[in-house]
Design a protein around this ligand. Sequence first.
Ligand SMILES: Nc1ncnc2c1ncn2[C@@H]1O[C@H](COP(=O)(O)OP(=O)(O)OP(=O)(O)O)[C@@H](O)[C@H]1O
Ligand SMILES: Cc1cn([C@H]2C[C@H](O)[C@@H](COP(=O)(O)O)O2)c(=O)[nH]c1=O
Length: 209
Amino acid sequence: MSQSILPARGRFITFEGIDGAGKSTHIQFVAELIRARGQELVSSREPGGTPLGEKLREMVLHDAMHLETEALLVFASRREHIARVIEPALARGAWVISDRFTDASFAYQGGGRGLDLAKLDTLANWVHPALWPDLTILFDVPLDVARARLDATRQLDRFEQEKADFFLATRNEYLRRAAQEPQRFRVIDSTQTIEATRAQLAEIIGALP
Ligand SMILES: Nc1ncnc2c1ncn2[C@@H]1O[C@H](COP(=O)(O)OP(=O)(O)OP(=O)(O)O)[C@@H](O)[C@H]1O
Ligand SMILES: Cc1cn([C@H]2C[C@H](O)[C@@H](COP(=O)(O)O)O2)c(=O)[nH]c1=O
């Protein structure tokens, strides 16, 4: 009788933080660290990561909508992302890094917009009952630092135009989740220099089995 040997499941790593915290700056660096380990890597983002998800992203970032519509759209994008990108990649042994995942929904829709966290739990349990990141790297900065970085660089989308109390609540919800799940989260002080952050990231990725 022949025995099939399945590839070991890949790892799923997510990056989180308020807008301007610096996560996008560091994702390419982490991707290179992982590829240097000889791993196949899929680098993606949310909302987005699939053709349909990217259309939903445009709506979520630019069109005014009810806060529950916003939550449903980010989870619709996520459902597609998991089915078409994340699960197939993990199943064939590839590692997946995603610029944001469900922690962003808890932080932005829950913390920032004030949507009942129990509704977000329901959506998360429906859309991905058995999938959570193996590691979540949270880039943490005070609001004034994030705001100065954003103002210096770009045209602001619907979230980036929000006021300080929105980002304060978003950041607090991220930190609350990180404190609740210390085994999954690594919190990086993103007020450090880019070089110091890179050194910390190299340590974190290097320590992964
Ligand atoms: N440690 C740092 N020190 C100084 N500037 C930084 C640091 N990290 C990032 N920046 C700068 O801040 C700006 C915003 O960074 P980045 O785009 O990575 O933020 P982000 O968290 O991905 O934001 P968003 O989620 O809105 O895309 C960039 O111009 C980047 O060069
Ligand atoms: C996944 C997800 C994202 N958001 C928000 C957070 C950001 O403001 C944007 C994405 O932009 P980025 O600069 O590429 O990070 O979308 C959200 O509100 N809820 C979510 O679940």
